[in-house]
Design a protein around this ligand. Sequence first.
Ligand SMILES: Cc1ncc(COP(=O)(O)O)c(C=O)c1O
Length: 470
Amino acid sequence: MPATKPMPKKITTAIKPKSATPISAARYPKVPDLKMPLPGPKARAVVALDDKFVSPSYTRSYPMVIERGLGLAAEDVDGNVFLDMTAGIAVNATGFAHPDVVAAIQDAAAQFAHMSGTDFYYAAEAELARVLAEHTYGGVERRVFFSNSGTESIECAIKLARWYTKRPYILSFRGAFHGRTYGSMSVGCSKAIHRNHFAPLVSSVVHGNYPYLYRADPHLKTEEAVVNDCLSYLENVVFAKEVQPEEVAAILVEPVQGEGGYVVPHASWLPGLRKLCDKHGILLVFDEVQSGMGRTGKFFAHEHFNTVGDIICTAKGIASGLPLGAVIAKKEIMSWPPGSHASTFGGNPIACRAALATIKLLDESLIENTREVGAYFKQRLEEFAKTSDVIGDVRGLGLMLAAEFVKSKSSKERNPELRNRVEETAFHRGLLLIGCGANTIRFCPPLVITKSEVDTAMDLFKLALKDAQA
Ligand SMILES: Cc1ncc(COP(=O)(O)O)c(C=O)c1O
């Protein structure tokens, strides 16, 4: 293993997330800053070691071997500096190593690393539950269960919905990704590889269609018509032919579909689902694992749609990178007895402190920054898409943005090969991107991003596309 460099001196510069100066400027005068052809020698050594010992099921697109970072700057083991548009898959809400988050983690770690919040009490867990309950849309009393990840939050929601309603079925949507454990894999429906050879799955799951405007039947002329078509499929096909609604515990839905391609539904979708749930006594469960925690410019994405959820699942961005998930349910629903659900590590005290520091930053400035810089970023992407025949659609909310690659605008034929090449060429330009869906690039940078960083990202993205088409 190559020896790692000593940590540079502590960053003490006051960081104002809304300022025009990127946070990374305190350590990195130039971002990106590539010093050699990639991957460098130390990166190659780590990749070789990883190839030998780490599960090949992981989905790496290019050999980025990070050593440290600050804000949106990610430095690799060879000293190359990249501009990050991934936030470690929509996780690093406050960027790498935000000093407030680092301080909270260090302070908590020096006190105690673990005491099992399901068997003992500590203030950070109770306080975080209060903060999450109070931040959740709807003005109703809530209780919180803590997990360690998105998939565990979904498992909790499935169990809670079945427990509360005493009904077996879960209805979810094609294109949805909810995680990789058995319950979440069974309700998910985004890529067949996720399920290949893993059956038998958890039973009593049915799927509906998600209103994906760009890929909808061209006969459906308006966004409302696309939503109505999806809603009527639930009533006229699923509830008429597959399962009676009285058997359905929950409708589980991503307010903005994430891994499926950053698909933003029309404003009438979630209210339509709420109506259907109320009509049939079904719980409405929002998977906000990717779309939550300020990512779309509201604390939770479902706030954009003015729709109250019964159970909300969150994880990813909640603790700026520490593993934590939370399930926030209406108080009367989360009334299960002691022993019915728990987790040794869920609600880890260090992760809870990181989450409290993260939410403070979201409230102080980052959600507002997400709205402002996200709108600017989307506009830049849309302007560029007008000039390119291979970007068929630009969509998104806040800093959950995407560009869908096609062979041509007229055919709309998916172009996954070009999308994959762009990820690779962007890496060689110093820009970190990741895909979603079959042929889409997502832009989900840390919420501390500045407009100048958007400009740099756009310049590099354009060059990367040119390289990929060469
Ligand atoms: C919407 C959604 N739900 C659940 C998950 C699963 O989260 P995790 O990987 O933390 O288990 C993901 C992960 O990408 C996700 O995007």
